[in-house]
Write a protein that binds this ligand. Structure first.
Ligand code: GLY
Ligand code: MN
Ligand code: MN
Length: 502
């Protein structure tokens, strides 16, 4: 012991002050032996049938090129504790992998004569005789469970799989003749590797490759604008589980009203259901009571939930497949709306209906949905004597005064990311006509801050948003996939009463 004290200990080894790993030969042999069979592997995933079509779309504009799509790595939270892993959405879309199997994995679409061949490079589990088995907190079976073997991963995904140690060779193959693109934001180590390979092959790399890499990211974002049948089912399921989460919130309202941080009670109730039924939250829950509803990204959720107030809850369950819902309901804490709360709520609801009706019209562009909602809200604000100009002037590009009370967008695409397809071009997103398979939100609101001197006193401190998830059907009609989550004043009041009496 005294000898050890005198040895200078590097910072990297300070973890040994907490617990020292046995490393005798006898221990290694002993811990590697005497184990029975592992449980049966998971088998082919349903999503595997959808991957070839997704790969074809992904590769279409990039004939003859190699495309590198990393999952991303683990991110240190502090010392040897990592954040929970969540793959980059482009990787999730093209592999269908869920859970936490794939940190540091990389999907490569290798060019072939007819298109591309997808190969998944990953780190399979090590043998029980290895040090990794018991000593590696990131990958070891003792620490994170038995990761799949190469064969099991092939079985699950239907993809050809290769050891991550062969990634460099895989990318460098024919690199002189084959251009290489990478989703550069997903994993800095893989981006560096690709740049090294490109540099050695005399290809544009680093900043000179940014444009071609951005084109890949943009394309992979755009191919997610239209959901396939698997994705549509997942979105419906995410919404259903999110409804259950909202019912947990309703059940928790009485307890929340008695807790000094009632908003946290509501956040926790939803979060528990999200972890029980899915991977977790699609984004941090907003549980905003009273005037907090007027802070658009209120995620502190550390305020009280007072009797007589509304509570705005914006929450979505992300399933194991990583598809997320995005729902907002504004609920009266006591189960009934007051007159001014109801007046504002019904104006917002009318904006929802108008936006949905516009989306049903043939040829509707994404941007028109917002316009329809704004027309309704500007008219109400004019009628209430709140707008300093006419609704018409406010709605003109040079006006926009009504946006003081509705400063955010009305819609965004939804899917693997809550703000899905975020790198799509404007002509594919905002200016595009709605198409079958598109999934997006409609989420107008009105926000009257407590210190807003321009609105009637009884409106101050009230914020309302109603957010639904929408799908464009095969025949071009649109459907609220959240239609089973009550949202009219009467339905919300009845819902609260029913859930609390169960
Ligand atoms: N929950 C984020 C959003 O509604 O866009
Ligand atoms: Mn949203
Ligand atoms: Mn939302």
């Amino acid at each position: 012991m005294s000898e050890e004290k005198n040895v200078e200990q590097s910072m990297a080894n300070r973890g040994e002050n907490r617990s020292r790993r046995p490393d005798s030969q006898a221990f290694r042999e002993f811990i590697g032996s005497g184990w029975g069979d592992r449980p049966a592997p998971r088998g082919r995933q349903e999503v595997a049938d959808y991957l070839p079509a997704r790969h074809e779309k992904a590769g279409e504009p990039f004939t003859g090129e190699r495309l590198v799509i990393p999952a991303g790595g683990l991110k240190v939270r502090n010392n040897d504790c990592d954040y929970r892993f969540r793959a980059h959405s482009a990787f999730a879309h093209l592999t269908g992998l869920e859970g936490e199997l794939e940190p540091d994995s990389v999907l490569v679409l290798h060019p072939t004569d007819g298109g591309h061949e997808a190969v998944l490079y990953f780190k399979p589990r090590a043998a029980r005789s290895s040090e990794e088995f018991y000593a590696d907190p990131r990958y070891g079976e003792f620490w994170v469970g038995a990761r799949p073997s190469l064969q099991e991963m092939e079985q699950m995904t239907g993809l050809r799989c290769a050891h991550i140690d062969t990634l460099r060779d895989g990318i460098a193959k024919d690199a002189g003749q084959v251009p290489v693109r990478v989703v550069a934001q997903a994993d800095a180590n893989v981006t560096q590797l690709v740049n090294e390979v490109r540099q050695q092959a005399g290809l544009p790399h680093g900043a000179d490759a940014q444009k071609i890499d951005d084109e890949l990211l943009e394309h992979l974002s755009e191919i997610r604008l239209i959901k396939d049948a698997f994705e549509v089912r997942e979105m419906e399921r995410a919404v259903q589980v999110t409804k259950e989460g909202f019912e947990e919130i309703i059940r928790s309202l009485p307890r929340a009203a008695e807790h000094r941080r009632g908003e946290r009670v509501l956040e926790g109730a939803f979060g528990a259901r999200a972890r029980e039924e899915g991977n977790g939250l699609g984004y941090d829950t907003i549980a905003a009571a009273g005037n907090h509803a007027n802070t658009l990204h209120w995620i502190d959720n550390d305020g009280p939930v007072r009797s007589g107030d509304l509570v705005l809850v914006d929450a979505g369950v992300e399933l194991d497949s990583l598809y997320t819902a995005d729902i907002t309901r504004t609920l009266p804490v006591d189960g009934t709306f007051t007159a001014p709360q109801r007046q504002i709520y019904e104006a917002v609801l009318e904006a929802c209906e108008a936006a949905l009706a516009r989306a049903q019209e043939p040829g509707c562009r994404f941007r028109d949905i917002h316009t329809a909602a704004m027309e309704v809200l500007a008219n109400h604000l004019e009628n209430w004597g709140v707008l300093p100009v006419s609704a018409e002037e406010s709605l003109s590009i040079s006006g926009q005064q009504h946006r003081r009370w509705m400063p955010h967008g009305t819609s965004h695409h939804l899917g693997l990311d809550v703000h899905d397809c975020a790198q799509a071009r404007r002509e594919m997103y905002l200016d595009a006509q709605l198409k079958p398979g598109m999934c997006f939100t409609i989420e107008p609101g009105l926000y009257f801050r407590a210190d807003d001197l321009l609105v009637p006193e009884e409106f101050r401190g009230i914020g309302v948003r109603i957010e639904d998830d929408i799908l464009v059907n095969e025949d071009g009609s649109v459907r609220r996939i959240s239609e089973n989550i009550p949202r009219t004043v009467a339905d919300v009041e009845r819902w609260i009463a029913q859930v609390q009496s169960r």
